[in-house]
Design a protein around this ligand. Sequence first.
Ligand SMILES: [Zn+2]
Ligand SMILES: [Zn+2]
Length: 266
Amino acid sequence: MVDRLRNSEANARRIENVESCFGASGRSLMKPGRVLVGEGVLVKMCRKKPKPRQFFLFNDILVYGTIIIAKKRYSKQHIIPLEEVKIENLEDEGDSRNGWVIKTRTKSFAVFAATPTEKNEWMAHIVRSVQEILRSGRAPAKEHAAVWVPDSEAEKCMCCQSTQFTVLQRRHHCRACGRVVCRGCSSKTFVLEGISKKPVRVCDTCYNKLCQGIKVSRRTELTGNDSSDYSDEEDVPSNSSTNSTDKYEAPTFYEPNSNPNADKLI
Ligand SMILES: [Zn+2]
Ligand SMILES: [Zn+2]
């Protein structure tokens, strides 16, 4: 249980180990009251294709990174505050199985587990950890980033419907709706309330709506990726050969039945 683990040596050792696996590229993760709830490999839908990423669920943050050597070395650490997280189930579709969407204020993306059981475990632990952090008084995100349409799903601009994408005619993503659009249709920027402090790229359709104060519906369907940066998307030679979780071990969860109020009841 989280409360049993909170001050335990085992928990401290685990967090230290996560820190050392990220090395100098990661931030310090040791913090009073922080508990490592579970860890494992999930396939994350990236802009071009799905890629395995190592995920660590803490009682207050979700951390993930690129696997350089399984269980030993990770890079490109991303930290998401749990109060921002909202998850949504994805129905199985073709090869896309055991997936769900992790939505946050700045990025929303789909992830896939190896089996239905692992998916259920992950989702249950994430939901419970988010509930606990919200119960502790942290404010949830009011808005969540759009899930991006993967590049491969758009041959031509989803705004003007005419520009064909080529090496020179690059794809861009509207931060408001998540569609793949051409440069001509996304020359404007806008400050998206609750999501960005700086103006970000939006398509002309969204720009016009936003200027009129009309709410833009954010894309939330299957398959998406980071909508803020791509720093975790490059391939690393050692893991570029596979996109599945098959060669990785099942996830480990350290506290099957956490009760956030246990310490208050004693
Ligand atoms: Zn266009
Ligand atoms: Zn748009």
